[in-house]
Write a protein that binds this ligand. Structure first.
Ligand code: ASP
Ligand code: MG
Length: 405
């Protein structure tokens, strides 16, 4: 007898027919003799709709009230799913996040889970019930409702699986699993049977949208066996697990892309100690995180410093740059928000040389200019012109044929 946590995303519970279909799957797992705890997202585009309702009232809604509002989406889907399960002759009970003691910190709209009252869930499981928990939400110790950030239901599911020491955490979605690239961009992208936590973590933070990156982080930390699979068919899905030696034979597991960054350049500033420290201290004080940094070689004692920041923080970062411009002696500030980051990810890179060269070769053959580069042990990212993003992903994918070499 296994304890299985299943999570169903918004598209899997988008209407009542789909909710009935999910109920069938839940019941099937239960009737095979497993204990089942289910986490659901809000139905379809509910969260988006709630956000636009709030914005009809005020452009920048107060965060506490926003979380109060958004948490209602998941409260609908848990109740409907519980009803659907009961209709099929199985006992079920739904709970909001606060009801099962999903305690978070107080960062509205991006709260982190601190603890879960797993006893409360287990009590009901022991009574033979299918327990259905609202994803994406929690409560602070002083009783304010919070949400975990867009896509946060994945994180709820993994956190519950970790707290219950579940045998498996299955994330059901509208795609078959984790692909070597976005199949809408690369038609011959392949589904991966297995991928390591570390690769999935990179892919999720570099643009693969299939899993919330904090969910992967948690799964890795608590070694939760994780699987991504479709709620619409019986395909095997992708297992996300600890690395094995044979996984290293595959050099590149995936190619990802995103348009989340913008580039700022400080032109022609004196190349002397302390300048970079001054720039990045000022940016850090604004709580803006920097991804890539490039400093050109100096000419006549002057250099150009470029770095990327999240697009949402561009204006604030430009204000900082403007403020310190004279202090650091920069001649000019430039920015570019029409850039894209394209990355290859794979733990096999650790033991294979020449991956960067092949990536740049693929881009060069298409005449795509690389503006910035950043590498880690298991990924290489390039900043290129936003318009060339899809082509870049395709040619890089062709070059590496991920999962096959
Ligand atoms: N309903 C929330 C969202 O749309 C959480 C989730 O779906 O995971 O972001
Ligand atoms: Mg989601």
């Amino acid at each position: 007898l296994a304890l299985i946590v299943q999570k169903y995303g918004g598209s899997s519970v988008a209407d009542t027919e789909k909710i009935k279909n999910v109920a069938q799957r839940v019941v099937k797992t239960r009737s095979a003799g497993n204990d089942v705890v289910v986490v659901v997202s809000a139905m379809g585009k509910t969260t988006d709709r709630l956000i636009s309702l709030a914005k009809e009232i005020v452009a920048d809604p107060p965060k506490r009230e926003m979380d109060m509002l958004l948490a209602t989406g998941e409260q609908q889907s848990i109740a409907l799913l519980a009803m659907a399960v009961m209709t099929q002759g199985y006992d079920a009970i739904s709970f909001t996040g606060p009801q099962v003691g999903i305690v978070t910190d107080g960062f509205y709209s991006n709260a982190r889970i601190k603890s879960i009252n797993e006893q409360k869930i287990l009590e009901e499981v022991k009574k033979g019930k299918i327990v259905i928990v609202a994803g994406f939400q929690g409560v602070t110790i002083d009783n304010h409702i919070t949400t975990l950030g867009r896509g946060g239901s994945d994180t709820t599911a993994v956190a519950i699986a970790a707290a219950l020491k579940a045998d498996m955490c299955d994330i059901y979605t509208d795609v078959d699993g984790v692909y070597t690239a976005d199949p809408r961009v690369v038609p011959n992208a392949r589904k991966l049977e297995v991928i390591s936590y570390n690769e999935m973590l990179e892919m999720a933070s570099l643009g693969a949208k299939v899993l919330h990156s904090r969910a992967v982080e948690l799964a890795k930390k608590f070694r939760v066996p994780l699987r991504v699979l479709s709620s619409f068919n019986e395909s095997e899905g992708t297992v996300i697990q600890e690395e094995t030696e044979s996984m290293e034979e595959i050099v590149v597991s995936g190619v990802t892309s995103n348009k989340n960054q913008a580039k700022i350049s400080l032109l022609s500033m004196p190349d002397k100690p302390g300048i970079a420290a001054q720039v990045f201290q000022a940016i850090a004080q604004e709580n803006i995180s920097i991804d890539m940094i490039v400093q050109n070689i100096s000419e006549h004692g002057m250099t150009t410093l470029s770095f990327t920041v999240p697009k949402d923080d561009l204006n604030r970062a430009l204000n900082v740059a403007q403020r310190i411009k004279d202090d650091i002696g920069a001649a000019e500030i430039e920015f570019d928000d029409k850039i894209a980051e394209v990355s290859v990810v794979g733990i096999g890179m650790r033991s294979h040389a020449g991956i960067a060269a092949r990536m740049f070769q693929a881009l060069a053959e298409e005449n795509i200019n690389v503006q910035m580069i950043s590498t880690s042990e298991i990924k290489i990212s390039c900043i290129i012109d936003e318009e060339l993003m899809e082509r870049a992903v395709k040619v890089i994918h062709d070059k590496f044929e991920p999962g096959r070499n």
